[in-house]
Structure formats: structure tokens, C-alpha cells
Design a protein around this ligand. Structure first.
Ligand code: PMV
Length: 343
């Protein structure tokens, strides 16, 4: 039997950066994100005879890119499949579903991304969320799908499980606005309408410092002191701006947050930076706009590319504006969405 699930990536407004317990991806502070739609991963699970989950990159899933995983990356995916196989029977039972994994069989896993590597989209978030959901569907049987559509509690349980594989993946299960605080991963009320994320792809080179290392290194920065408290306070302000629909306020908090996270990188021991000359040029050009009366929401992940989020109604106009301002920079766009689903 073959099952497939898809999960989009997400972009953090208040960042998860720094862990209190790396073994279980316990974040040092809560975070807030927006879930995307078509920048996503698809995971396929087939039951095959054997004792351990296996990764099968061939043939690629139609129309999707096979992630170019390092041996360590592949190990992480397989370790997560083992974790899912262990944890899901109890979790499914809680929701009234039996474990339907055929005995003597294990999961053969295929993953494909709708976007290429290095474009500033977190593929670990989307791929771990997609894999967790595909494992849930494979083990939960055909009743799983209808339960998934209707049950926020099942989504939260699977998000917690996904978090153990990749922290930020827990925010990709639902959407569009997500708050992750410890073991609570929930959608946020918002008066802000649909939003489009225009990603300015400044550079596609693989990152010199991966996010796991970044999570460790930020704690050596003198700016780390007080960071969890500041992030907590910013989450509060961002949630408030979403709830009342104050776009301009939201943009200013998110802009400051991006600078703060990158300042942690720039002041770590040893310091490191994701910024390329073009990233700085883009930030400088956008700065007056962020402080205007109709601002874009500008943020960056742990990478050189710049995310420019704008209300959907203004998205075509903004795309043109960004192309005019940065004619040599590739532009990738996606809209906010509702999270992972079974295919
Ligand atoms: O989930 P991880 O370990 O890849 O960490 C994600 C870190 C950032 O993307 C930089 C911030 C975030 O909250 O998504």
C-alpha cells in the first residue's frame, strides 16, 4: 500500500533560535510563523518487508526535486521514521485508531520538494511534517484521513511528534498563523487577510553554518542574555498585532526580530554571518519602505535570502516593484495556507 502526504514550509515572524534541550528540540523561546501553500514537500510511504525504515531516492516523485541529503540528513529522516513507528501506535489509539502497520514490514520512504534547495525555504520543516503525516496515515489506515481533516487535537499531537525530528516542522501542520510554545502548537486568531511571501533569492549556495549549529552558537553571544525574554515579549506583541489586524505594527516587530536574530549570529563565538553583499543591499533598500505607512513585512531565516510578505491584494504590484528594485535577483512567491494534508 502506498500513501502520500504533503506539508508546506513556514516562515517565522518570531524566530525559534536557541534550544534548551537539543535532544527533544525544546526551544528556548516561543515562536510565531506563517504557513505557506505550494512551497511544500511530499512524503510517500510504502510498506516493504524488512526490519528498518529505508530511504529510496529513486525514482523521484513526479514533478518534485529529491532533496540532496547528506548521510547525516538521511540518518535524521530515518531516525524520525523509527520514532514515528514507535510513538504512533499509542498516539493513534488515543484518537480511536488501530495500528495497521503490517507485521514484518517497515516503511520505505520517498520525499520530494516542490522547490529547489538553497532558495531560502526551510525544507526540513516541510519534509519532516510531510513524513510525520504520511507515517500517521500509513499506520492509521483509511479512517485516518477523515479524522485528520476534522481533528485539531490530532494535528497538535502530530505536530508535537514532528517537532522531535525538526523543531520548526511542528508549525507546518496547520496554518496560516501558528504559535509554538513548548508543547503547545496552535493556530492564532487573526484579522489580517491572506498574505503572499515574495522571496528574494539572493544566493543559492549551501549554508556554511547549518541551523543545528546556529542554535548552539547563538547561546555564546553576549546578546543571548535576555533573548528568550525579548522573544517572548515580541511574540506577545506580534500575536496582538495579528489579533487586531494591525499590519504596520506587525511589520515593525518582525523587522526588528530579523535583525535581532542575525545580530546573535554576528556576535557569537566565533561570529558568523549568512548575509551576502546583495542581502545587505536589499535590506537597505527596503528599510525606508518598512517604516512607511503601507509597509511590507520583511524577514530573513538563517540564510542570505530576504522574505517580503505583503497583503495578497497588493502582491502583483509588489512583485513588480521588487523586480524593478532588484532586477538581477530571482523572485519566488507563495501564499499563506492551511498546513499539511493527506494526498
Ligand atoms: O527547525 P530548525 O532546527 O531548522 O530551525 C529553524 C530556525 C529558523 O528557521 C532560523 C527560525 C525558525 O523559527 O524557523
Amino acid at each position: 500500500m502506498t500513501v502520500k502526504a504533503a506539508a508546506p514550509s513556514n516562515i517565522a515572524l518570531v524566530k525559534y533560535m536557541g534550544k534548551d534541550d537539543a535532544k527533544v528540540n525544546q526551544a528556548s523561546n516561543p515562536s510565531v510563523s506563517m504557513t505557506l501553500t505550494s512551497l511544500r514537500s511530499v512524503a510517500q510511504v510504502d510498506w516493504v518487508k524488512g526490519s528498518q525504515p529505508t530511504w529510496n531516492p529513486e525514482p523521484p516523485l513526479p514533478g518534485l526535486e529529491v532533496p540532496d541529503l547528506s548521510p547525516k540528513g538521511r540518518e535524521r529522516i530515518l531516525a524520525h521514521a523509527v520514532r514515528c513507528a514507535k510513538e504512533l501506535p499509542g498516539l493513534l489509539l488515543k484518537h480511536g485508531l488501530k495500528n495497521e502497520q503490517p507485521s514484518g514490514h517497515h516503511a520505505e520512504i520517498r520525499i520530494g520538494n516542490s522547490f529547489p534547495a538553497g532558495v531560502g525555504i526551510a525544507s526540513s520543516a516541510s519534509s519532516f511534517a510531510a513524513l510525520t503525516l504520511a507515517m500517521g496515515r500509513a499506520m492509521g489506515g483509511s479512517d485516518f484521513s477523515s479524522l485528520w481533516t476534522g481533528s485539531g487535537l490530532l494535528k497538535q499531537d502530530l505536530a508535537r511528534l514532528s517537532k522531535l525530528g525538526s523543531g520548526s516542522s511542528c508549525r507546518s501542520m496547520q496554518g496560516p498563523w501558528i504559535h509554538w510554545d513548548g508543547e503547545t502548537i496552535e493556530t492564532l486568531p487573526s484579522k489580517i487577510g491572506p498574505v503572499v511571501d515574495h522571496v528574494l533569492v539572493v544566493d543559492r549556495e549551501p549554508k556554511a553554518v547549518g541551523s543545528s549549529q546556529a542554535h548552539e552558537r547563538v547561546r555564546t553571544s553576549p546578546l543571548w542574555s535576555g533573548r528568550p525574554e525579548r522573544a517572548l515579549q515580541r511574540c506577545f506583541l506580534v500575536k496582538e498585532a495579528l489579533a487586531v489586524g494591525n499590519w504596520a505594527e506587525l511589520c515593525r516587530h518582525v523587522w526588528q526580530e530579523a535583525w535581532e536574530m542575525h545580530s546573535l549570529f554576528h556576535t557569537a563565538t566565533p561570529p558568523f554571518s549568512y548575509w551576502k553583499p546583495q542581502s545587505v543591499a536589499v535590506l537597505n533598500a527596503l528599510e525606508p519602505l518598512v517604516n512607511s505607512s503601507k509597509p511590507p513585512l520583511v524577514t530573513m531565516d538563517a540564510g542570505p535570502n530576504v522574505h517580503v510578505l505583503v497583503p495578497e491584494a497588493d502582491a502583483p504590484e509588489w512583485a513588480q516593484r521588487l523586480r524593478d528594485l532588484f532586477p538581477s535577483v530571482e523572485l519566488l512567491s507563495d501564499r499563506c495556507g492551511e498546513g499539511a494534508h493527506v494526498l
